[in-house]
Design a protein around this ligand. Structure first.
Ligand SMILES: C[S@@+](CC[C@H](N)C(=O)[O-])C[C@H]1O[C@@H](n2cnc3c(N)ncnc32)[C@H](O)[C@@H]1O
Length: 281
């Protein structure tokens, strides 16, 4: 069975956009457009979830720089962005103006970072274009590079979110064999993949839920109405690494279940019943 050629479909789309729109518009459209609005939402979402200025952020599939552009004055720490499109990375490097940040071309669901080196790993609108196996490969890599106190954040198209059905219908109607893949998950599948890769799911926000506070140049004086909340559009999963070794040492009965094949891992046990049994992870 042949695998979809992701790179060639993206290249074809970028080529078409460059020809018809010119560089700046093509670079905004190749990541979905709404360059400033979406970048600000992504930035506010991460700050709300705990991204701090000195942190190390790894942004997989960063494209032409929608997110890092908005973070260039906030994040004093390290930024590593990867993508399959080197042209998009060159553009991102140029608009961010941060010579200390790294933009690295990648092709194989590998994250070019050391073990336990990232405070936050993000995949915004990336799992929306990958096969389940590649999503899982990337999640395992994210588990390797995230610090024990860190977080992994990914957005996804969600069969459980009614607002995403229209996009699915459009995908069904599109018969172009070389189109960019649109991939949908359910919340259950997102949890399953995360758990299998060794994470605890802190929360999954539905695509239509308003949960992101506008952060930025806000006057937070009490005389103003409360900060409005915004929806992200795609559903967003927030994960933290499961402390596998500690859990299995703390609960020998669980360790025995894992060895005997009753559970695939301590993370699996915790997600299925451990948290209900009052066990701590
Ligand atoms: C919809 S865009 C989102 C870009 C960026 N994350 C953002 O939110 O602005 C999807 C990006 O994922 C990249 N991409 C697709 N497959 C990838 C893969 N296997 N590894 C890394 N990036 C990938 C594409 O080139 C594209 O830039």
């Amino acid at each position: 069975m042949s695998r979809p050629d992701f790179l060639s479909s993206y290249r074809e789309q970028l080529g078409r956009l460059l020809e018809s729109e010119g560089v700046a518009s093509a670079m905004e459209l190749i990541v979905g457009g709404r360059f400033a609005e979406t970048g600000i939402l992504e930035k506010d979402c991460l700050i709300h979830l705990g991204l701090e200025p000195p942190h190390t952020l790894v942004d997989i599939g960063c494209g032409s720089g929608r997110l890092p552009l908005q973070l260039r004055h906030y994040l004093t720490g390290r930024f590593i962005g990867t993508d399959i499109l080197p042209e998009a990375l060159d553009y991102a490097r140029k608009i961010c103006g941060r010579p200390d940040w790294k933009f690295i071309p990648c092709s194989d669901c590998v994250i070019p970072c050391a073990d336990g080196s990232a405070d936050v790993v993000t995949f915004f609108s990336v799992f929306t274009h990958l096969l389940d196996e590649d999503i899982f490969r990337y999640l395992r890599e994210a588990r390797r590079v995230v610090r024990p106190s860190g977080k992994v954040v990914f957005s996804f198209l969600d069969f459980d979110c009614d607002a995403h059905w229209d996009c699915f219908e459009k995908t069904v109607a599109d018969r172009n064999p070389n189109r960019v893949l649109n991939k949908f998950l359910t919340k259950h599948t997102a949890r399953r993949l995360a758990r299998g890769a060794g994470f605890i799911v802190d929360v999954i926000y539905d695509g239509s839920e308003k949960w992101i506070p506008a952060i930025g140049d806000q006057d937070i004086s009490n005389s103003l109405p409360p900060t409005p909340l915004f929806e992200f559009g795609q559903s967003v999963a927030v994960l933290r690494p499961f402390p596998e070794a500690r859990y299995l040492t703390q609960y020998p009965d669980v360790a025995a279940c894992v060895v005997n094949g009753g559970f695939i891992s301590g993370a699996h046990h915790y997600d299925v019943c451990g948290f209900r049994e009052g066990r701590t992870a």
